[in-house]
Design a protein around this ligand. Structure first.
Ligand code: HEC
Length: 142
């Protein structure tokens, strides 16, 4: 019985690898402009989800993990996409800038489950301070 269950699980796991998925990196149409030290933080800690320059890790090729990764990236881009920043209204930009600091201050971003696999994305106090100052000084000129 156990053997049959194991075989069924293996067959299902193999089968779902053939479900088509679309991992996309659309063109960068209007990237956010910020001082180099801010850009470095955003690129290292946020861009995999909030940009069109996602680096897709190996496990994003393996279902069902791939489904989760892709849906997170799509959702993250919908909320905030640093590669399409120019398409936002001045009002949306101002709101997003505020929210960037709120999410970081509350420790909500980067998403916790991303960090064990991307330890370099964890923000140090010094990096948080750089973001806080940037946000409080108004962020990028819009
Ligand atoms: C592993 C993917 C991932 C990473 C990395 C990530 N985010 Fe997010 N982010 C999301 C997802 C998914 C959402 C939408 C769902 C939610 O709010 O939890 C989101 C939402 C947001 C929002 C919008 C919240 C709202 O209510 O509209 C902001 C602002 C944000 N992220 C900022 C950041 C910043 C700044 C970083 C880098 C320090 C970052 N995120 C890193 C996945 C990510």
């Amino acid at each position: 019985m156990l053997r049959i269950i194991v075989i069924v699980i293996i067959v299902v796991l193999i089968g779902i690898q053939f479900v088509p998925v679309s991992k996309t990196n659309p063109p960068v149409t209007g990237e956010i402009q910020a001082p180099a030290e801010v850009m470095e933080i955003l690129r290292t800690s946020c861009y995999d989800c909030h940009s069109n320059e996602s680096e897709w890790p190996w496990y994003s090729n393996v279902a069902p993990v791939s489904w989760l990764v892709i849906s997170d990236v799509n959702e993250a881009r919908e909320h905030l996409n640093f590669s399409e920043w120019d398409s936002y209204s001045a009002e949306d930009k101002a709101e997003d800038i505020e929210e960037i600091w709120e999410e970081i201050e509350e420790g909500e971003m980067p998403l916790w489950f991303y960090l064990p696999l991307h330890p370099e994305a964890r923000l140090s106090d010094a990096q948080k301070e750089i973001i806080r100052k940037w946000v409080e000084s108004g962020g990028p000129e819009s």
